[in-house]
Design a binder for this molecule. Sequence first.
Ligand SMILES: *Cc1c(COP(=O)(O)O)cnc(C)c1O
Length: 407
Amino acid sequence: MPNPSHIQGVEISRLADQFGTPLYIYDGEKIVSQVKTLQEAFSTVPLKIKYATKALSNINILKLIRKAGAGIDAVSIEEAKLGMLAGFSSEEIMYTPSGVGFEEIQEAVELGIMINLDSLPLMEQFGRAYGGSLGACIRINPHIMAGGNIKISVGHKESKFGISIEQLPQILDVVEKYQLNIVGLHIHTGSDILDAEVFLKGGNVLFEAAMKFPNLKFLDFGGGFKVAYKPHDVATDVMEVGRAVSSAFQEFCKTYGRQLELWLEPGKFLVSEAGYLLVKANVVKETPTVTFVGVDSGLNHLIRPMMYDAYHSVYNLSNPEGKKAKYNVVGYICETDTIAAHRELTEVKQGDLLVIKNAGAYGFSMASNYNSRLRPAEVLIWEGKPILIRRREEFEDLIRHQEICEF
Ligand SMILES: *Cc1c(COP(=O)(O)O)cnc(C)c1O
């Protein structure tokens, strides 16, 4: 993983001059090539990619993903609407909510979007309202522990997501009672999954359950492909996952008696490596034990290091050849917000530009205004040119919804 000074020929440091810092930068070519990689890895099956919008939801990124031939998975009605604004038709959107009010379900149905049913009570309510008039999907909790961190493991027994596979008899009762038209079964076990093994295990749960549902059109294996965060990190070998899962899937389809579609919902895999968070060193503070680099950003803009203990590579763009030293790169938030601890960087001086890598997924989309800070601008590099896809916030944005009352 090189530390680029340019993206598609665009000099990163010039982006700081042009758009200021902190700045989110996305390499559009990388996003498209990740979509292509998945399409190739699963080229022997009828594949549909439903990009997990929550990873990075800027409308222009969604447009790019649509251009690359993928659909989307939305986890809120707002994401579904963003998708429609980006040009996705309702058939290209799957709505996978977790414990939302029924009004949201109704709204999605009115928009023509398929619902991924996440609980038995929701199945009941859905059945009472619509019977078998609409195709729907069921999210199964396969009881598989997977993923890089407990907070991102969502398919284990104690997870709130999906309907336990042990409750399959109850699921079938509700399907029978309302004559539901179940066209898909879904699992999503977590994020940062390395092995084909986990996807195969999930597949086996899906395959077994699927035999009870005669109207299926697709099986959805969820997302969770791991990307390389650390310099020598192993990433999911998607070619191998593709081969292994596709061949198991094709075997299953023979047993099932019909060719189904295979759906995937990658978030991180499509956008993580395409993203860079460009920040400036405000201060270099030496203490008796540690040298801190304080940058003009923090957990308000990139919460992954603090929330998931995530490792993000950082490099000094301004002094790439300098001698190395160890630093703690920290944010400006009044809270411990370490971005990188005990990290070897080429010597950092006040005013240097640092680049935080792998910032495409769950970066901006999890950003907040904590400490009453403004959220950064977002720039997409496309066809060798930087395009501003979101303006930097201004003070006005902070108070836009506040009522200034008289007491
Ligand atoms: C978050 C999420 C994904 C994507 O997970 P990644 O680890 O980003 O690939 C896929 N499906 C569902 C239902 C999700 O909630």
